[in-house]
Design a protein around this ligand. Sequence first.
Ligand SMILES: N[C@@H](CCC(=O)N[C@@H](CS)C(=O)NCC(=O)O)C(=O)O
Length: 140
Amino acid sequence: MSKSEPALVLYYHPFASYCQKVLAALYESGTPFHPHRVDLGDEAARNAFYAIWPIGKFPVLRDASRGVTIPESTTIIEYLDLHHPGAARLLPADAEDAWRVRRRSSATGSGRPEARTRQVWIPPAKHWRPPMASLAGDLR
Ligand SMILES: N[C@@H](CCC(=O)N[C@@H](CS)C(=O)NCC(=O)O)C(=O)O
């Protein structure tokens, strides 16, 4: 890795909503990264990706500066907030509030994750509201 090369590489596909969720977090926080587009239709590219992450789902983040590979969109966002904090914090500092964000992220784990990144992970700190009216009750 050269000095000018970003330490973070995001293995992704632009049409994959879980990848868009992480991209939104990266762009929102202004964190430098190298986007590595994975073409699962290309055998060589697919095998190269499976060598990095045998489960074969993206997004996957590789942090060469710390020698770690991180799968799972939610885990990646937490990792970024912890180890590469940028302009926007992605989790509330308060542990209880952070747990509420995790609970909401898990509870809304299927469908349109890219749209929820702003709503769930980048709330205006303390006074954020549930992203969907149907969640207003139990998840407050
Ligand atoms: N729970 C995972 C879900 C990741 C996921 O399902 N990624 C899809 C694209 S959005 C994928 O890799 N599909 C390709 C495949 O399953 O071969 C996350 O949050 O990152």
